[in-house]
Design a binder for this molecule. Structure first.
Ligand code: NAI
Length: 343
């Protein structure tokens, strides 16, 4: 009798720096436990690649992602101030991963907020993060003035707006809040607002669409976060608000993210490489595990993704075997063992 071999989906795997290898290991064990159909092409990037080959993104990494069009990535360290440009930003640019998707769901029982279920969709390629900045020397101070330019294009706004409204409809969401600062940055975020509302016209029969200024949004998120469903915003505002949102549901250890383009998608934890706890075996792997569940959704394996999310929900709400960042004393391994038992 011939045995049918299940289809395996090639995925580029980057273990990353700091706590990266620890949380990637935990995530791989969980994916194995649900028999996720992935076949890993392991690559090295970031500090680890810098030390090995003198290049934080070796060509082999790019080549692998070009082929697989799918990547799961541990956090990568970026030097502050000088040094190489963020590998994360460069990967987003290389593969035109224009949409950053960051869901936030209440997991912790007895937290400050009990009913948060929102998704922040952030434009990923334009705005302040294009990195067009320089110093202007004055007299003997080479850093006397710092100058930075930002740009936003109508094409880029349209692309992210269509993605966000489609995402909202596909995922049964009810409302999209367009977040901007068009009262002050009238051209820059005015164009974003204008284009999003224009694109939104054809979705108005299926979605409620509103807009809010970013500072008010930051406050409303603390006062009444349950009012938000999908937030659509620009690059830098999205970066800041998504960490705030992670804080509302229990911190960075619980926040996953997807970077999505037309030709590739890369899934990761929102948090960084946490050098302060690296190597201690105490990092919370939940964010990366949730990112891998987003990747399962992305390849139409929703049933496995839901199993993982529900097991996490049960484990975390039980209050047992939790890692230090969410009030427990368990190690990464103990947490992962408990999650696999829950599965
Ligand atoms: P971070 O997110 O690494 O750490 C902030 C705080 O949260 C630390 O106290 C850390 O211990 C804690 N934390 C983060 N993840 C945790 C987890 N899974 N479990 C338990 N505690 C956790 O932010 P930081 O310190 O600003 O950045 C460190 C490095 O990471 C930098 O080089 C930065 O550029 C890089 N980074 C990389 C990102 C990525 O690869 N996507 C995203 C953000 C930062």
């Amino acid at each position: 009798m011939t045995q049918v071999t299940a289809r395996r989906i090639p995925v580029t795997l980057i273990r990353g720096d700091g706590i990266g290898p620890e949380i990637v290991e935990a995530t791989l064990r969980v994916l194995d436990a649900v028999d996720a159909p992935f076949q890993w092409d392991e690559q090295i990037a970031g500090m680890a690649a810098m030390e090995k080959d003198g290049d934080p993104i070796p060509e082999a990494v790019l080549e692998s992602i070009r082929k697989t069009q799918l990547a799961l990535k541990g956090p990568l360290t970026t030097p502050v101030g000088g040094g190489f440009r963020s590998v994360n930003v460069r990967l987003r640019e290389a593969f035109k991963l224009f949409a950053n998707v960051r869901p936030a769901l209440t997991f912790l029982p007895d937290g400050r907020y009990t009913d948060i279920d929102l998704v922040l969709i952030r434009e990923n390629l334009e705005g302040m993060y294009v990195g067009a900045e320089h110093f202007v020397p004055v007299d003997d101070d080479p850093h006397a003035v710092a100058e930075s330019s930002s740009f936003i294009t109508r094409v880029g706004c349209r692309r992210i707006a269509e993605f966000a409204f489609d995402y909202a409809v596909r995922n049964g969401r009810k409302k999209v809040t367009v977040v901007h600062k068009a009262n002050i940055l009238k051209a820059l975020t005015g164009l974003f607002l204008e284009t999003c509302l224009e694109v939104g016209e054809k979705y108005r029969h299926r979605l409620e669409i509103e807009d809010k200024i970013v500072d008010n949004t930051a406050m409303q998120l603390v006062i009444n976060p349950e009012q938000f469903d999908v937030i659509l915003t620009t690059n830098m505002f999205g970066d800041i608000l998504s960490d705030e949102i992670a804080g509302l549901v229990g911190g960075l250890g619980l926040a996953p993210g997807g970077n999505i383009g037309h030709k590739a998608a890369l899934f990761e934890a929102v948090h960084g490489s946490a050098p302060d706890i690296a190597g201690k075996g105490i990092a919370n792997p939940t964010a990366l595990i949730l990112a891998s569940a987003m990747m399962l959704d992305h390849v139409n394996e929703q049933e496995k993704a839901t199993r993982i999310r529900e097991a996490l929900q049960r484990l975390i709400s039980s209050g047992r075997n939790l890692t230090g960042d969410i009030g427990g004393t368990a190690t990464t391994k103990e947490f992962t063992d408990a999650l696999i038992a829950e599965l």
